[in-house]
Design a protein. Sequence first.
Length: 202
Amino acid sequence: MSSDNSPGTAATPMDGTATGVSNGSQAPADAPTPAQIEEWRAAASKLAEANERHLRLYADFENFKKRSQRERDETRRAAIESVLGRLLPVVDTFEMAMAAAQMPGTSVETLRAGVQMIQGQLRGVLGEFGVEEIDATGKPFDPALHEAVSQQESSDVPEGHVVQQMRRGYRCRDRLLRAASVVVARPPASQAGAAAAEASNA
C-alpha cells in the first residue's frame, strides 16, 4: 500500500489562500475612483447650467421676435392711418362736387373747377409723402423710367425721344412706383431711306 506522505505529492493548503482564489474583499479593477465620480458630477452640473442658459437665450430671442413684429405692425398701421387721414379731405371735396353736379343749373365750368380742386388736393397729399410725377414728353427714352408702348414716325421729335406720354409715371423719392407709358419717336420712312442710301454710298 502507498503512503499518504509519498514523495511527489503536493500538499493542498486548507486555509483558502491558494493563488487565484479571491476572498471578495477587493474592488473590481474598472470601478470609478472617487476623483472620477466628482469630475463627472462637475461636468453634469456644467452641462445643466449651459442648457439652462440656452433655454433662457432662446426664450429671450422669441420674445425679441414677437416684440419686433408688434413694432413693425404698429409702424405699418400708423403709416396707413396717416395716409388715409390725409385722403379724407379729398373724399369730402369729391362728395361736395358730386352733390353740386346733381343740383339744377350747375355749369360745366363749375364741375371742372371742382374736379381741378380735387386733383390739386390729391397731388398735394402725394407730394407730402414724397411722390413725384415723371414727365417724359420730349425727353430721351429711359428704360429705367419709361415703358414704350409703341413707336411713331416724327420729323419734329428726335429719334429715340418720347413723342407722346400715354400715362404718367410716378416715383417716391428714389424708388419707382410706376413707369410712364410712352410713344417713342422714329424718323419718317423717307428720311430713313435717305439715310440708308447715304450710308451705302459712303
